[in-house]
Design a protein around this ligand. Structure first.
Ligand SMILES: NC(=O)c1ccc[n+]([C@@H]2O[C@H](COP(=O)([O-])OP(=O)(O)OC[C@H]3O[C@@H](n4cnc5c(N)ncnc54)[C@H](O)[C@@H]3O)[C@@H](O)[C@H]2O)c1
Length: 253
């Protein structure tokens, strides 16, 4: 590893599995001190342990991004443990149920918005002041290829991810000149626990999704981690308010 993130302190949300776990591991191997957060104590402890065993610096913390106080504590813990905050990959998210828009359950709609959309704002409203205190930083919000197109039965998810782009662009304008860069990453379909469980529930889904990826395959969590690492590094320092598609051609289709 070449130390792309050497010396940086970076938070990852939803680091218990999938894209978040692969990212926490890569960031640590690239030299960052990582605060790996997720919904359960056991999962984040396991991930942090795995990263330390691989030679990285990491602490695990239980954080529900839908809860503002949890996000405040997350940033406080990063600063107390490592002295500063340079980067954040706001990745935690859920897919929600599949149902036509008018039948979509109200409680599920509220939950998807609370985690996928308000959760990102909850993270940023504590991360940004911490970054400003030491001269700036970089935030990557995990959106989706579905942030710019619709998908049958996914009104909650599509609305939340389109909203992530709005939050990202507005915050980028608010803080770009002060050195905090906010950008969004939009993955295509990636083989993670979230997608595997969806593909297991709907037998035709894998084939349908593959057909939407001109590259001819689905993504791997590590491929998204690579993009996020670059977006959090100083090598992307002119990038502000962008939506970066890493999706095997999904958005180009
Ligand atoms: N896998 C894909 O195909 C795909 C495609 C586009 C976008 N994404 C986005 O990537 C992100 C990661 O997804 P993934 O596929 O790795 O899924 P995943 O289910 O493997 O990981 C999501 C993680 O977020 C955590 N999480 C859920 N709710 C949370 C909450 N309230 N607080 C804190 N953590 C919470 C989960 O526990 C889990 O560890 C999500 O935002 C998802 O929408 C995934």
């Amino acid at each position: 590893m070449n130390g792309l993130l050497a010396g940086k302190v970076i938070i990852v949300t939803g680091a218990g599995g999938g894209i978040g776990k692969a990212s926490a591991l890569l960031f640590a191997l690239e030299g960052a001190s990582v605060v790996a957060t997720g919904r359960t104590d056991e999962t984040v402890a396991e991930v942090a342990d795995e990263i330390r065993k691989a030679g990285g610096k990491c602490i695990g913390l239980r954080v529900d991004v839908a809860v503002g106080a949890d996000c405040g504590l997350m940033v406080e813990t990063a600063v107390k443990s490592f002295g500063r905050l340079d980067g954040a990959f706001n990745n935690a998210g859920i897919d929600g149920p599949i149902a036509p828009a008018a039948d979509y359950p109200e409680a599920a709609f509220d939950e998807v918005i609370a985690i996928n959309l308000k959760g990102i704002w909850n993270c940023m409203r504590f991360q940004i002041p911490a970054m400003l205190a030491t001269g700036g930083g970089a935030i990557v919000n995990n959106a989706s290829a579905l942030s710019e197109v619709g998908q049958f039965g996914m009104v909650g998810y599509c609305a939340s991810k389109a909203g992530v782009l709005g939050l990202t662009r507005a915050a980028a304008l608010d803080y770009g000149a002060q050195g905090v860069r906010v950008n969004a990453l939009s993955p295509g379909v990636v083989e993670t626990p979230m997608m595997t469980s969806q593909m297991n529930s709907y037998p035709d889904l894998r084939g349908m999704l593959l057909a939407r990826h001109p590259i001819g395959r689905l993504g791997a969590p590590e491929e998204l981690a690579e993009a996020a690492a670059w977006m959090l590094s100083d090598r992307s320092k002119f990038m502000l308010g962008a939506n970066v598609s890493v999706d095997g051609g999904y958005a180009a289709f």
